[in-house]
Every structure is written in C-alpha cells, then in structure tokens.
Design a protein around this ligand. Structure first.
Ligand SMILES: NC(=O)c1ccc[n+]([C@@H]2O[C@H](COP(=O)([O-])OP(=O)(O)OC[C@H]3O[C@@H](n4cnc5c(N)ncnc54)[C@H](OP(=O)(O)O)[C@@H]3O)[C@@H](O)[C@H]2O)c1
Length: 357
C-alpha cells in the first residue's frame, strides 16, 4: 500500500436515479490509500456518452434498467497522468499519460457483452468525473502521444466502439476508397467518420441540422443528408455511391428508427454495425426483403476489447488523428450543464469536461 498524496479535491457522484439534478457535487473528496493493485491518476479531462445520461436516469426504456448506486463516481471516459502505482502494478509508472477502458479485470482480448456493462466505469465501478481517481490497471491504457488530455478523453467508449465497428470484424476492416455511412453527429458517429477518413474511405453522413452539416463537411464528409427532411434516406444515400452499389460499412446508432434505412443503403456483403438506439422506439419494421436483396451482414457489438483500445491508440498516432471536440468545453463545476447539452443533443462529437481548476 502507498499513501496517496492528494489534498481534498472535487468529484461528481451518483446519488439517485432522478436524472441530471440527482448528480452530487463533492468538493472535499479524498483518497486514503492506494492499494497494491491500484493506479492513482490525476485526471485532466472527461467526456460524456449517451450512456452517462441513462446511468444518471436509472436506465434507458426497453434497453437497460439500473439500480441507484449512491456514492459511485460518475463518468466512463477520461484521461490523466499517473501519480502513484501500487506495489503489484508493473504496466504503468508515475508520469504516464493514460486513458480509461470501460471494463476492467477481464483478459485483454475478452469481448464485452451486455452482461458486463453493469460493471463499467461510472456505472458499477468508480468513474472519471473526479480530479483524482484510483483505477485497476486493466481499466487503463497508455494515451496517444499526439493528443491533448481533452482530445484523448474522447477515445474510450464512443471512439473504441467506432473503432470496433470499422475494424473489429476479421476480414472486413474498413479500407481506402470504400464507402462508409455514419448517422448523426454524436460521439460514436464522428469518431467513426474520422477513422474512416483517416484510412482514405469516402464518408456520407446524416444529421438533423444545417449547422451540423457544415461541421461534417469541414471534417471531410463528402455528402450529408438531413434525416428530418428525408426520413427515408436509405435509397437516396445509396444513390451517392458509385454505380448505386451501396455502402461497404454503415455505423448504425439509431437502432429501430434507422436500421430499415441502413439495409436499403448497404451493398451486397457490406457490414451494418448496429450498436445504439438513439433514434428511440418506432413502429417501423425493418424491410427484410432489403436484407435479402443486399445480402448484408448486420453485426451487433458492445464497445471493444482492451487490445482493440490499444490498437485504436496506435492508429490515432500513426494517422495523426485529432478527435473533433464540441464547441464548448466545460469546467468540473459545470458538469450538470455539460450533461444537459448532451441530453438536448446540442453537441457535435463529444462533450468534454476539464477536470483540473
Ligand atoms: N454498443 C455500444 O457499445 C455502444 C457504445 C457507445 C454508444 N452506444 C450507443 O450508440 C448511440 C450513440 O451514442 P453516442 O454516445 O454517440 O450518443 P450522442 O453523442 O448522445 O449522440 C446523439 C446524436 O445522435 C443523433 N441522432 C439522434 N437521433 C437520430 C436519428 N434518428 N438518426 C440519426 N442520428 C440520430 C443526433 O445527431 P444530430 O444532432 O447530428 O442529428 C444526436 O446529436 C447511443 O444509443 C448509445 O447508447 C453503444
């Protein structure tokens, strides 16, 4: 055991499942001892995910129901610098820059399934919205050398999920000159489009506003469709691909609301990664004839392995990727405002919270 040399510091804890107002701001948190298997991290930045909203609210209708977990530090994604390591830790040393990995204490290549999600950072294990945190080493990986703490904090959940969508299926990794479609401008989708562009793929995106469409174009997206103006965007999106052949990869975050359009836009043998339900419930049925016509792969996935996180970090460094951030960055005291921006879907890419004063 090593003594933690931290003074009193600030953090956000879950207290109820009443939503954002139920988050509790603690100004005199402390860390007593760093255990033999712990890594004490001075946290510099955190970023929010759609998941953090439903953790605060006690669940997401039809998807997951959560019990209150009072006192647990909220937040899944974060970055910081190692201050102290326990006697049994040999994978990190003081001064290392690190990012979080949501599920710890499983092998590097263990695939994450939904039964494990309850133990993720900020849900069942102390998370990232704190100026200092102790983590099991398996909840950390080294951060990319080329990123600021704010940029690195965007990578863990949404970035890793995007990486898994485009690189996780053996033999189907996204390639130069392929066509990729992403939906909306949330964390997973913007990470996916940046990964796709970094490998030289062509990207088409959907969004709900002209302002966000302009930001997508600035990042290098070739064509943007407004899914509010064109709710049945599958056929027009397909028409944007050479010879109307369809997309090689579609990153589907909308779930029931968007899968029907995705199967119209995918090419024969293409991969639809279905990983979210942000479009909410709908009465629409998926046109199964389109699945047969296009004979595609519909792949469900949950985040990614720790090894995939390391591979993602290596790709970020190799390609010199710079994750897009939202226009505003919040301070630690402003976390409730940050959650509200995420909830109202006003953000572009990732809502980031700076943790040090
Ligand atoms: N399977 C996994 O492991 C995993 C991991 C991470 C996230 N997810 C899931 O993936 C989804 C996205 O997560 P996130 O953190 O990226 O969310 P987020 O940052 O909160 O993204 C929200 C964005 O989704 C877009 N959107 C909403 N309804 C849409 C629709 N009908 N069609 C297209 N886009 C729509 C909007 O983009 P515009 O404002 O541009 O319209 C909105 O801003 C969530 O359901 C989340 O639970 C799953």
């Amino acid at each position: 055991m090593a003594a933690a040399e931290t003074q009193r510091f600030k953090q956000w804890q879950l207290s109820t499942t009443r939503g954002i107002d139920g988050l509790k701001f603690v100004e005199d948190a402390s860390i007593g001892q760093v255990g033999d298997e712990d890594v004490l991290v001075e946290m510099h930045a955190a970023s929010l995910n759609f998941m953090d909203l439903f953790v605060a609210k006690g669940g997401h209708p039809g998807m997951i129901e959560l019990q209150a977990n009072p006192g647990l530090i909220t937040g899944c994604d974060g970055s910081g610098i190692v201050k102290t390591v326990g006697a049994a830790v040999n994978s990190f040393e003081p001064g290392d820059r690190v990012v979080t990995h949501l599920i710890g204490r499983i092998p590097d290549d263990a695939k994450i399934d939904f039964t494990m999600v309850g133990s993720s950072l900020g849900m069942g294990t102390n998370g990232t919205l704190s100026q200092y945190g102790t983590f099991h080493p398996s909840n950390l990986v080294h951060a990319p050398q080329n990123l600021s703490f704010e940029q690195a904090a965007t990578l863990p959940c949404s970035g890793l999920t995007a990486y898994n969508a485009l690189f996780g299926l053996s033999g189907r990794q996204v390639q130069k000159n392929q066509w990729v479609l992403v939906q909306g401008t949330g964390g997973v989708s913007v990470a996916a489009l940046q990964i796709a562009l970094a490998v030289g793929a062509h990207v088409v995106a959907t969004t709900s506003s002209a302002e966000k469409a302009a930001k997508l174009k600035d990042l290098g997206v070739e064509r943007v469709l407004n899914y509010r103006e064109t709710p049945e965007w599958g056929v027009p999106a397909r028409a944007l691909t050479p010879g109307n052949i369809g997309f090689d990869h579609i990153v589907d975050v909308g779930g029931d609301a968007t899968l029907g359009e995705s199967v119209k836009a995918i090419r024969t043998d293409g991969v639809i990664s279905t990983l979210g339900l942000v479009g909410g419930p709908t009465d629409k049925q998926v046109p199964m004839m389109a699945v047969l016509n296009n004979a595609c792969i519909v792949r469900g996935l949950v985040a990614g392995t720790r090894q995939q996180m390391r591979d993602f970090v290596a790709l970020v460094e190799e390609k010199g990727m710079k994750p897009a951030l939202d226009d505003v960055v919040f301070g630690i005291e402003e976390a409730r405002k940050a959650y509200r921006r995420q909830e109202r879907q006003q953000h572009f890419s990732k809502v980031v919270i700076k943790l040090q004063d």
